[in-house]
Design a protein around this ligand. Structure first.
Ligand code: FRU
Length: 534
């Protein structure tokens, strides 16, 4: 074959590779709900983020993955890495099921001191700690079908070896015994595991990640117990504006979320390496269960929620982000067990939330977690439009004025409005779908209304009513920071005090957007819109 012909073939081949890899990232007519910048698997089913750890310049994201179907099935750990938390490279599956069972949720750490002895050539190993779920045992009626196992990697997470003496934590006869989050506790120089056990968590200690001793229990009488506790996280965080550190325990629960189904509650207190003690002010605001003598059940279900939307579940934070960076960064699964297996996406199901940085503030009602998009999200900003400040009533259509399509858009607004006024951001399309994010000044409440936002007949639980979120701060101007990505909205209100994450499925991309002042004049103090893409 003449040289120029082979070069031509090479060129065509390279171009087709480029197109193929592009197809995975950007929406195509056959993948109308593929987000432009949220993490999704190329194909098949995904749920919880797992094993999030930072090592040698890479953020690792493992995730619950069923590589043979688009509904939940035998779980593996899928894998991707990123240098900036925003652009992800897909890697081969990291962990496959084995004779001990499927690979359920868990965490990963850098074992800097090589306490496990798995390190090689003076380099620390990455160690993953996860639940193995034995389906056959469960079907046979056993109660001890979930155990904790470990695996290690000596090549930056590319390949994993399971520990030959797994499990490292056998099951004492509890059907819900899962989702280990492991951290290094500096003060006591021990590993700590927090494990979800149905309606509470247990803490365990280990010197080497291989042998574990139970040290404490938390949660039976605090928070919501309307569902099963899953995917806990435990981390120290500096209080904003102060030098002291508090401990946060986040706890996903399904069902029982504030707007239905899956959601994440959290607790703030102190942790001594063995026990978690709830902060007294936080405890006071949340109340404590009193056993109802008639029912034998708790009568109070008060909880503090991380996100009021219906689509942020099983979120946990990265391990081993360097102290020089110092951030506490979380990613959640952007779906809800109420309908996750039925959402109309193909050939994949589910996306992750955008990465969020946590802040802890001391408020009159106790410590509260604030979430804000990580600063790396700013690298997605393309065309920018400064919305002119204005006092207005009724609809203000910004589609043409801004030249920005709302499909993948970031909005940052500051508004002032009198009691009785309602402010909406409306996204719409030519198919007659509309999605609304609103703030009601009288009720001091945000809402997300996807009831007319497109497809919803796949589940009666998907779009029955708008989702509500109380305002957490008492300031005159309301700040709404929003990310839209074709099939999702993430609202960070008042600097991250109120967070709401919802997904939706319009019949055609949203092409128009409006700001609406209802009842009274609304003041737009300042506003910016950005078109986003990778
Ligand atoms: C949470 C969860 C975890 C479990 C995993 C199984 O969404 O139910 O408790 O480990 O999903 O995929």
């Amino acid at each position: 074959m003449p040289k120029y012909i082979s070069l031509l073939f090479l060129f065509i081949f390279l171009m087709s590779c480029k197109t193929a890899s592009k197809l995975q990232q950007s929406p195509t007519p056959t993948e109308p709900y593929r987000p432009a910048y949220h993490f999704t698997p190329p194909a098949h089913w995904m749920n919880d983020p797992n094993g999030m750890v930072y090592y040698e310049g890479e953020y690792h994201l493992f995730y619950q993955y069923y590589p043979e179907g688009d509904k939940w099935g035998p779980m593996h750990w899928g894998h991707a890495v990123s240098r900036d938390l925003v652009r992800w490279e897909h890697l081969p599956i990291a962990l496959y099921p084995d004779s001990l069972g499927l690979i359920f949720s868990g965490s990963a750490v850098v074992d800097w001191k090589n306490t496990s002895g798995f390190g090689q050539n003076g380099k620390p190993p990455l160690v993953a700690i996860f639940t193995q779920h034995d389906m056959a045992k469960e079907k046979a009626g056993a109660t001890d079908f979930q155990v904790q196992s470990i695996a290690y990697s000596n090549d930056k997470g590319r390949t994993w070896t399971k520990y030959k003496h797994n499990p490292v934590l056998p099951n004492p006869g509890k059907p819900d015994f899962r989702d280990p989050k492991v951290i290094w506790h500096e003060a006591t120089q021990k590993w700590v595991m927090v494990l979800a056990e149905k309606d509470h968590v247990n803490f365990y200690n280990s010197p080497d990640l291989k042998t574990w001793t139970q040290t404490g229990i938390f949660g039976r009488v605090f928070g919501s117990h309307a569902g099963v506790w899953e995917c806990p996280d435990l981390f120290p965080i500096k209080v904003e504006g102060r030098t002291d550190v508090k401990w946060v325990l986040t706890q996903s629960i399904n069902p029982g979320g504030p707007n239905g189904g899956s959601a994440t509650q959290y607790f703030v207190g102190d942790f001594d390496g063995k026990k978690f003690i709830l902060d007294p002010v936080f405890q006071h605001a949340m109340g404590k269960f009193k056993a109802d003598p008639k029912q034998g059940t708790p009568e109070l279900e008060r909880a503090v929620w991380l996100d009021y939307g219906r689509d942020n579940y099983a979120g946990v934070t990265f391990s081993d982000i360097p102290a020089s960076d110092g951030r506490r960064i979380a990613i959640g699964w952007m779906s809800n067990w109420d309908y996750a297996q039925d959402v109309p996406t193909k050939p994949w199901r589910s996306a992750m939330t955008i990465p969020r940085q946590f802040f802890l503030k001391n408020m009159p009602e106790g410590y509260r977690l604030f979430s804000r998009p990580v600063k790396e999200m700013e690298t997605l900003r393309k065309k920018q439009f400064a919305i002119p400040p204005r006092t207005f009533k009724g609809a203000w259509d910004l589609t043409t004025e801004s030249g920005i399509a709302p499909g993948s858009m970031e909005l940052d607004l500051s508004i002032s409005l009198p009691p009785g006024a309602i402010f909406d951001i409306e996204l719409s399309n030519d198919a007659g779908n509309r999605y609304l994010i609103s703030y009601d000044a009288a009720l001091k409440q945000f809402s997300s209304d996807r009831t007319q936002a497109g497809k919803s007949d796949f589940s009666a639980k998907f779009a029955a009513k708008p989702h509500l979120a109380p305002r957490q701060v008492d300031e005159e101007a309301v700040r709404l920071h929003l990310y839209f990505d074709r099939a999702s909205c993430e609202l960070f209100a008042d600097g991250g005090a109120t967070v709401l994450t919802d997904i939706f499925f319009p019949n055609g991309d949203f092409t128009h957007w409006k700001l609406i002042g209802r009842n009274y004049n609304v003041v737009l103090n300042a506003g910016t819109a950005w078109a986003l893409s990778k």
